[in-house]
Design a protein around this ligand. Sequence first.
Ligand SMILES: [Fe+2]
Length: 184
Amino acid sequence: MSETTTTKDIVELLLEDHETAKALLTKISAAAPEQREALFWELVPELVRHEVAEEVVVYPTIRSEAPDGEREVEPRLHEQQEAEELLDQMEGLDRSSAEFGAKLAKLQAGVLEHAHAEEQNILPLLRALEVTKKRVELGARYERAKSAAPTHPHPNAPDTPPGNKVLGPITGLFDKTRDALKGM
Ligand SMILES: [Fe+2]
């Protein structure tokens, strides 16, 4: 515990992340198309770091320590997977297009639903876990995981040849982040 960088417990940190993501999504939805690019690339690393840090720190704890944990984790992972796919699709779309707007609305609804479900189902399990010390330890691990995550996707990566485009930059970023946080 000597290198603890936070005194916040995991519940507070997750609530903060949810507020940050919701605020950014609201901002992008209201933004003029020319402002969307910068905001989009602000949102992407936020969601990536939250999702992957949750995958490596929070969900395994819920699975192993909460009764029926697996049942709560599966749908949450599924929601995060959907957000990842939407971001990946949005990346290639004109920011001023109706299609981008439609995907953004879908992402926003999905993130709201995910945050709500986590607050209803995951946070009570975390609160019930153990004494506060345990939640602070988890909070510290979660923050360490988030800060170790690569934060810069490459929005201007050169085009991959057609037919060769297996991974979009965002999927690549998720994978890179998963690799970087493995075992944290
Ligand atoms: Fe989440």
